[in-house]
Each structure stands twice: as C-alpha cells, then as structure tokens.
Design a protein. Structure first.
Ligand code: V47
Ligand code: SF4
Length: 392
C-alpha cells in the first residue's frame, strides 16, 4: 500500500467536504476507517465519490476480475418455528400443509439430477423445521458425499444450526465438529439480518442473536472452515446499525480470517409483515455496496446476489465495489421470488453470466466456493460457451 496519496488519486479525494477528504485520504493510504467514518460515508458521500473510491479499492484487490460459480440450491423445507417479520417464504408448523418438506430421498433425487453436469457447489438452506433434526441432516450430508464426494456442501445458517445443536444437546463446538465430519464444508452467510438488538428484536426477535450467530461462525473458522456473512438492509435500520453490523463482522474477521465474502441483501417487501416499508432505491443500493467495500477492509470479496437484486443492478454494482455475482443457481431457490424479486425464475447459464460481466468490461472468472479459480473466460468466445456443455 502506498504511504502517501499518489498525485493521480488526489482528484478522487477532493470533495467540498473536509471530513470526506480526510476519510478519502485514509482509504487511499490503505488505512482502516472508523465507525464514525463509516456513518459519515453514508450521510455525506455522493454516489459518484463513493463509487470511485470503492472501485479503486476493488481494483486494488482484484483488478477487473469478477467471480461467479456454478451452483444450485436445495431448500429442504419452508416450514419454520420462527416468525421473522421480513420473511415471505416460511409457513408455521401449524400451517405446514401450505409448505413443503423434502425427504432425504427427494433431496438426493435433486442431487442426482446434476450427475454429469459441471457444478461445484450445493447451497442448502431453509426454514427451521421441528422434525428435521441434526441426525437427519447428518444423514443427508453423508448421502451427498457418498454419491458425489467432490461436491462442496455450503449449508445451514446459525439459525438452523443453533436450533439443531440445542435440540441434540451438544455444544456449538461439538455440533460443528460433527457436522463438518459428516460433510459440511462451509457456511453460507444467512440469518445475520441486523445484529443490533434494538432492530433485531423488532424484526426477528425469537431466533439466534448476534452473539450466537458470531459464535457459530467462529467455531466453524476454528475448524478451518470458511464462511460468508450477509446483512439485510433497507428496512427500519439506520446507518449506525449497518455500520455496527459490519463492525462486529470486521472484528471477528480480524481474529479468525475465516470469512470469504460479505453480501448485503436488499430487503424485498412482497407478502410479508413488513410490506408497508418501501424498498430502497437503486442509488441507496449502490451506496450500500460501496460503503461495504470501503468498511470491510479485511473481507476479500463483496458479493451482489443477483437473484435478489436483479441482473441489471447486479451488473451495475460491479462499478461500486462488488467483485462477485454468485452463481448459475438454476432456478433452485424460492426465497427471493416469494419476497418480490423481479427474478421470478432465477437461472442464468454460464454464457449469460459471462456476457453480463463482459458487457461492463470486467473479466469473468469461474471460481469454486473457496475462490480457487476454475476458469478464466476473458478470451473464451460466447458462441463457444453456448455449444460446449462442459463450459455452459
Ligand atoms: O437470512 C429473507 C434473507 C437470507 C428476505 O452465503 C430476505 O453465498 C430480502 O443468506 N428480502 C438467506 N432478503 C439467504 C442468504 C444467502 C443467499 C445467497 C448466497 C448466500 C451465500 C447467502 O435471505 C436470510 C434473510 O436475510 N431474506 N427474506 C426478504 N424479504
Ligand atoms: Fe424462518 Fe429463516 Fe424465514 Fe426467519 S427468515 S422465518 S428463520 S425461514
């Protein structure tokens, strides 16, 4: 990192606001910004200035590389003992006839439908069903690994894990060890929502709290596993709560280094108990990504999850600090379609993902879950991808 601001970068720092200029200098010098700086960025930073700063950090870390992966989702159930106010997807156990509950055989049928197809990851996450316990999921993971050992299992949020560990009467450390031994490779970022108790108690008071969420990710990191982290933004939280959330994650990352990606998730308002809240604007979304890139200095990657944001806004986010747009997904998730995303059938093949990235002059690179590079598509012709089943 340069210790002084290069002359060519001065243009980036100079705004009419002295506070922003001071923060800009810190960022250009590779210094960490403070909690107060983070709030100031949200309050005073213009979209263009934040975008330029975040893009500079993104390019320092990754150049033009933009990652995606080939994955699919399994949502074992939408029956859930909790009642998060923003959730459009779950059904209470008493109304389980309106939801779905997949057996191990049904989930293995989905896994087998990908035999011979080039996918590297299965993402398993769902509601917290009182009858799907730890033994059930251990059997599921063992069956997946017996069938396809190389498939990376990224599964279960701390909400699901906390519930199953408590029911199985095991400690977090013991539970994580058992799950890891059964085949769990990494944790997705869900269930984090907003950590601050003032907000958490209003939107999801009955599920695992911030300390519990962070404890489970820490235990995973201590076993050598990696994980992601999300934040549900754009509802009743204030900028301070967003920074508080990111600060807690940044501190854990300083200790363990186990997080790969930070994923801001835009609140969608269809058919849930928070439907009266308007959704955030695209400007607010891009500012969110930019501040995330600037604040989360120890997170390697910032991801825009396109099924929720929509593909055009995901494409736009690549100029606001984002360097990952998740995966092909293959129309295998219902969470966002049910919450009102414009992506009602979320599936993109590799040719479409690569086109989307190339249209904004970035460099498309397929990765696996742990960001090992699988293939660089910079010089691969779209026609060639379309006709080659191994590439598409
Ligand atoms: O925790 C639920 C969110 C999350 C709504 O790690 C909603 O790679 C917006 O975490 N509006 C689960 N968001 C999904 C998740 C995820 C997705 C993709 C990739 C990864 C990863 C993780 O979905 C929940 C919650 O924050 N969510 N309802 C809603 N109405
Ligand atoms: Fe259940 Fe998750 Fe929906 Fe909350 S967000 S009600 S924990 S499925």
């Amino acid at each position: 990192m340069p210790s002084v601001v290069p002359a060519t970068h001065n243009i980036l720092v100079n705004t009419s606001d002295a506070q922003l200029n001071a923060i800009g200098k810190k960022i250009l010098n590779g210094e960490r910004i403070s909690f107060e700086d983070g709030v100031t960025l949200f309050e005073k930073g213009s979209l263009s200035w934040l975008g330029a700063m975040a893009n500079m950090v993104r390019e320092r870390k990754h150049g033009d590389k933009t990652y995606f992966n080939r994955n699919f989702h399994i949502e074992p159930t939408n029956v859930c003992v909790f009642s998060c106010k923003f959730c459009s997807y779950s059904r209470l156990y008493a109304h389980r006839d309106e939801g779905w509950e997949l057996s191990i055989d049904q989930m293995m049928h989905i896994i087998k439908s990908y035999d011979g197809k080039h996918v590297t990851e299965v993402h398993i996450v769902g509601g917290v069903h009182p009858k799907m316990n730890m033994a059930f999921f251990i059997d599921l993971m063992k069956a997946i690994k017996a069938h396809r050992p190389g498939l990376h299992i990224k599964a279960f949020t701390p909400v699901e894990l906390d519930y199953m560990f408590k029911k199985a009467k095991v400690t977090v450390e013991e539970g994580m060890r058992l799950a890891h031994e059964a085949g769990l490779d990494s944790l997705p970022g869900g269930g984090a929502e907003i950590f601050h108790p003032d907000i958490r108690k209003q939107i999801c008071e009955d599920k695992v709290d911030a300390e519990g969420w962070l404890h489970i990710h820490k235990a995973a990191h201590e076993l050598g596993m990696h994980s992601n982290a999300t934040m549900l933004y754009g509802h009743i939280e204030k900028y301070e709560h967003r920074i508080d959330h990111m600060e807690r994650l940044r501190q854990l990352q300083d200790q363990t280094g186990g997080f790969n990606t930070f994923i801001p998730l835009k609140f969608r308002n269809k058919d849930n108990d928070m439907s009266y809240i308007p959704e955030s604007s695209v400007v607010e979304d891009m500012k969110m990504y930019a501040v995330a890139r600037l604040y989360m200095d120890n997170f390697p990657h910032i991801k825009a999850y396109w099924p929720m944001l929509g593909r055009q806004n995901a494409q736009l986010s690549l100029s606001f600090g984002v360097n990952d747009i998740d995966g092909t997904i293959d129309d295998s998730t219902k969470i966002y379609a049910m919450a009102g995303s414009e992506e009602q059938t979320p599936a993109m093949n590799t040719a479409q993902l690569v086109t989307l990235i190339k249209q904004v002059k970035r460099q498309p690179v397929e990765r696996d879950t742990l960001y090992n590079e699988v293939r660089d598509y910079t010089d691969v012709n779209i026609k060639e991808i379309e006709v080659n089943p191994l590439l598409n």
